[in-house]
Each structure stands twice: as structure tokens, then as C-alpha cells.
Write a protein that binds this ligand. Sequence first.
Ligand code: NI
Length: 261
Amino acid sequence: MFAYMDMKFIDTHTHLFLPEFDSDRNQVISNAKSVGVEKILLPNVDSSTISNLFKLADKYPDYCFPMIGLHPTSVKPNFRNELNQIEKWLKERKFCAIGEIGIDLYWDKAYKEQQEEAFRYQIDLAKKYDLPIIIHARESFDEIFDIIDDVIDERLYGVFHAFTGDEKQAEKIVEWGFKIGIGGIVTFKNSGLGNVVKNIDIHHIVLETDSPYLAPVPKRGKRNESANIIYIAQKIAEVKDMSLQQVAQITTHNAKQLFKL
Ligand code: NI
């Protein structure tokens, strides 16, 4: 671990408050610290995850930064009630972003209209509270792009999380002033994402693990954790022909600027 001591990373997307980490959450944090992860950002899922999210953020106030939002796969007939709770919390405590929000047509298309309404509503909240948004897009790039195109203005900014799109989509995202969240998928052999990342300016990239999901190679298939961010950074350094130090320094700077950390 000595080699990493001069490097700092920010994991801009981890669900460390989920039950997958109940048995060793403190250990996972010390693993992250040992490779130079200096902050981790926590996207919410829905009202059922809020109390564990806050518990973690309160225990590590200078290390774990909560977001608030309703995940698209949690949009159900009760979604307006969920959105009311989010708005209530926005008035009561500090968050680094609205997330994660978006549209997911992979798991379930039944609530597509409701997902779109919830997404637009939370975009309005982000503008009102001057917070970045974390966008989850799964089999929904066209729908998401149409909405962003419709509502984009100088008050709207954020991250396309777990980006898996093509170069044209990356260009559009950069044009809007959004950051591109790169995680474990970039290390997957057949993802093709490395070739896209190669042509994205590093100043538009933030790192994320999305743990416990999407563990990078060589940990693929296992429970993911923030310390694995090192494999993602290494892969980006490789495809962009940069040093690991440069990737660490610039992506950390990008994250600090975006999230006002
Ligand atoms: Ni996530």
C-alpha cells in the first residue's frame, strides 16, 4: 500500500450504508483510507435506506457525505409520497447532491411515466437547492437525453453515473457541462468503454465504485468496495496513457469542485 500514499481519491458513488456491509463497514472504510480514498459520497436509494444512510454519515462526518434522492427502480405508485420526504429532508440537513435519480427501463418498464415525472421533479429540487444531480441511466439514454435537453440551464449540473455510452453521448454530456462517472465497467474486457474513455478529457471524469455492485477486474463478481477504486484509476491511466498520479489528482479535483467538498 506504500506506493499509493501520495495519492488521493474520491469515491463519488458508493452505497456503503446497504446491508451488504453490515458485518464489516468500519473495515471497508479503513481499507479505503489505506489506498488513499479521502472521501466517499453516498447516493440514497429511497425512504427505506435513509436512516442507515444518515447513521453512516453521522458516524463519519468528514469522510462520508450523504446525497438525497429517489432511485428510479424505487419509483412505484407511492412515488409522490417518497418525493415529499426528500423535500422535507432537503429543508432539514445538508447534502452534497440529489441522487441517485434517473430512468431505468432494464428492471421494469411499468412505471416509465412515473419515473420521468420523478426525475423531472428532482431536477427542479436540485436547481432550487443549488445541488448537482447524479443520473442513473439504464436502457434509457434517449429518454434521459430528451429530458436534460428540455430542462438544461446554468443551474443544472451533475454526473452521468456509471457511464456506458458512446463517444457521441459523452460529447453531449460534456457540452452540457456534466461530469462523466467512470467505474468498474471500464475494466470489463468486452465493455468497449476503454475506447470511449480514451477520448474523454480527464477533466470531465469523476471516479466511482457503485459498491457493493460492479466490482472491477480483478475483483469482478465479488462484493465491491471503495478501495477497489485503485483498479478503475489504473485502467483509466492505462487507456489514456497518463500516470496514476495524474488520474488521481485531476479526478479528485473534479469531484471536489463539482460537489463543493
Ligand atoms: Ni448506485
